[in-house]
Write a protein that binds this ligand. Structure first.
Ligand code: NAP
Ligand code: G4F
Length: 320
């Protein structure tokens, strides 16, 4: 019999890659979509005929319950969130409500509807904040530095708590930064790849960035959704760090992106200090030994290949 899976946040970057992965594994894919004044299906265009979408919102438990009843999934992937860190300072309550409390709403409704459903929570390396460990593992102290990080820390702990309290198969994947040509334009990776393409085509001269010294562990979203699926395909529920184990600065990212189009990044990047954050996470670098050893997961796409794919996709898009 065909298994059914439900994805919240299906219209986002990861939701679209995960939906494609699950379709390739013969799942019936259902997704939660927020009501909007305009359609936001760009990332799902190719697979729209193969998936079923349901209107709902993480702030509205009733809508989630009805969707669970209709879709009757064996697996739920909770990817929905207010996921942009700077917006968590301008909308801290909304971020807490959706990114934090939203997880409890999902778990509550799920355990009442069918406690046998397997649940994946998209946790984040932002929960580590200013980590003292050189590389962060499942054992690293949780010390978030943004309202987003605080909300994700809540989501992380409530997932563990529901597993321990109600014996649910509920797991939390501590995902380090992952990007792709489908990344939202406000995140630094896509902001840079798009700017490099626009400048190459003579449509823009400069790009304004904030902290160039920040270090991140960047992987490719298509690899990270495989880890999500693997985590639900185990005998025992367990939390894992998902990361490449290599960190680079925003400056490195910009250099590689501009190199891809034969331009000198230093001539086109300027600093806008208003883009600095009230509290920065200076460096993140994940230790994914556990998931490598226990589940055999590993990243397959290098940072250079990721950036090239993003820049080439932006060039194609702009030329088209
Ligand atoms: P994204 O592109 O920003 O997608 C977020 C999704 O959540 C969108 O589909 C959005 O819908 C949906 N959403 C937002 N508020 C909602 C609400 N109130 N009710 C229902 N849906 C709502 O994020 P992503 O990069 O794919 O990330 C997926 C998840 O992984 C997120 O939880 C994120 O916090 C987490 N994460 C991501 C990374 C990363 O580097 N990408 C790293 C660690 C953790 P609309 O399309 O309608 O806005
Ligand atoms: O691309 P970013 O906005 O991603 P950030 O804050 O690391 O968050 C992303 O990764 C998290 C996992 O660690 C996710 F949980 C979260 O949902 C999201 O996907 O910024 C990366 C770095 C920051 O240090 C920021 O200060 O880039 C620096 N940066 C420098 N100039 C900039 C800019 N960030 C943005 N967005 N825009 C700039 O112009």
């Amino acid at each position: 019999m065909t298994r059914s899976a439900l994805i919240t946040g299906i219209t986002g970057q990861d939701g679209s890659y995960l939906a494609e992965l699950l379709l390739s594994k013969d799942y019936q894919v259902h997704g939660v979509v927020r009501r909007s004044s305009r359609e936001r299906m760009e990332r799902l265009e190719k697979i729209l005929p193969q998936i079923t979408l349901h209107e709902g919102d993480l702030t509205d438990s009733g809508s989630i319950l009805r969707i669970l009843q209709k879709s009757d999934p064996v697996e739920v992937y909770n990817l929905a969130a207010q996921s942009f860190v700077p917006s968590s300072w301008t909308q801290p309550l909304l971020t807490g409500d959706v990114t934090g409390l939203g997880v409890t709403r999902m778990l509550e409704v799920l355990r009442q509807h069918n406690p046998n459903i397997r649940f994946f929570q998209a946790s984040s390396s932002e929960i580590f904040g200013q980590a003292t460990d050189e590389s962060q593992s499942e054992q690293t102290a949780i010390r978030p530095r943004s309202p987003y990080g605080v909300a994700k820390a809540y989501g992380h702990f409530i997932t563990i708590n529901y597993r321990e309290s109600y014996d649910l198969f509920a797991v939390s994947g501590i995902l380090f930064n992952h990007e792709s040509p489908r990344r939202g334009g406000e995140f630094v990776s896509r902001k840079i790849s798009r700017a490099a393409a626009l400048i190459k085509l003579g449509r823009q001269e400069k790009v304004f960035l904030g902290n160039l010294n920040a270090e991140r562990d960047w992987g490719h979203a298509s690899d990270y959704v495989k880890a999500m699926w693997l985590m639900l395909d185990q005998k025992t529920p367990k939390d894992y760090v998902v990361a490449t184990g290599k960190k680079s600065t925003v400056r490195d990212f910009a250099k590689i992106a501009f190199d891809c189009v034969g331009l000198d990044w230093e001539k086109h990047v300027e600093i806008d200090s208003t883009l600095y954050r009230p509290a920065e996470v200076d460096a993140l670098c994940g230790n994914a030994s556990l998931i490598r050893e226990e589940l055999g997961w590993q990243p397959t796409i290098t940072l250079e290949a990721l950036i090239r794919e993003m820049v080439e996709s932006d060039l194609k898009d702009l030329r088209g």
